[in-house]
Write a protein that binds this ligand. Structure first.
Ligand SMILES: [Zn+2]
Length: 295
């Protein structure tokens, strides 16, 4: 996942002010209610994170989910990771094999918010960190100011770059890649190869326009990004605003509301149904330029 036009300047916008919350409450539309819930959740998590010990969160995640984490001593990243892991637990979806916060500066991914490892060796990361990261692990970029992520998500959603402006979207997006990958590994012997194949771009204009309209511009890149963007949107829209946990029934209901053709494409991408994907002209594409969410 990547925020467009990222300049490497730091801003500290932080908490969403009461005036913005009031404005959103006044609008009273489906979209404004969702954003209001996200902003309220963000403010609560932000305040909680100010007094949080990231090492303690790391130990809890290790005990509960057996996931190795390294939050680089960043408490809000620790909070976001714990919330996302709990969301995936409630959904019954596979969680990443590891979670790391690293500075991508100087690598191929320096403008990415995060990545999910789908290769055993990544030359660009290896040359900087002198190590490989586990397959299916999630690595978030330490450069963005995660304390102001809610503020940053709003204009990005307005440009239709991402499918939602929820503050947890960048984390959920990468966790979905990891769960999708786990699903393919379970289903296919060559799940890794299939996961990488599905990072090839869509080339059919009709398919691209449909996804842009129904999901987001970023989701229109490839079957992998379609899944990540679409599932992220469905997950955040099923979250209880108080607990920030999904209502599984709502999640399934929202899924059913998708238009038929999109449904078909999402199922074909989730399960790697080659025949169905052919219908969307996807196999014509040999371009694989968007690996690990890097444009
Ligand atoms: Zn992605």
């Amino acid at each position: 996942m990547k925020v467009q036009n990222t300049s490497r300047t730091v801003s500290f916008k932080g908490l969403i002010p009461a005036s913005t919350l009031k404005e959103l409450a006044k609008k009273n539309t489906v979209e404004s209610k969702r954003l209001l819930n996200s902003c309220l959740g963000f403010n609560a998590v932000y305040k909680g994170a100010e007094n949080l010990n990231p090492d303690k969160v790391a130990r809890q995640i290790q005990d509960k989910f057996h996931i190795n984490t390294d939050f680089g001593n960043n408490p809000i990243v620790a909070s976001f990771c714990a919330l996302t892991a709990n969301i995936f637990q409630k959904l019954g979806w596979a969680k990443p094999t590891g979670f790391f916060l690293r500075d991508f500066n100087g690598t191929y991914y320096q403008n990415a918010l995060g990545i999910c490892m789908t290769h055993k060796r990544d030359d660009s990361l290896y040359s900087k960190f002198k190590k490989d990261f586990p397959l299916r692990s999630v690595i978030m970029n330490s450069f963005p100011d995660w304390w102001s992520i809610q503020e940053c998500m709003i204009p990005v959603r307005e440009q239709n770059h991402f499918s939602t402006n929820h503050f947890l979207a960048p984390f959920i997006h990468e966790f979905v890649h990891s769960a999708h990958y786990a699903h393919l590994l379970k289903k296919y012997k060559d799940g890794t190869e299939i996961m990488n194949r599905m990072q090839r771009e869509f080339t059919n204009q009709k398919t691209i326009v449909m996804i842009q309209k129904e999901t987001s511009n970023y989701g229109a890149q490839s079957p992998c990004e379609l899944i990540a963007e679409e599932m992220t949107e469905l997950i955040v829209n099923s979250l209880d605003p108080k607990t920030i946990l999904p209502d599984v029934k709502v999640f399934k209901m929202l899924r059913k509301q998708e238009p038929n053709l999109m449904d078909e494409l999402i199922d074909a991408s989730w399960n790697y149904d080659e025949e169905k994907l052919k219908k969307f002209d996807w196999l014509k594409s040999q371009v694989c330029a968007f690996m690990y969410d890097k444009k």
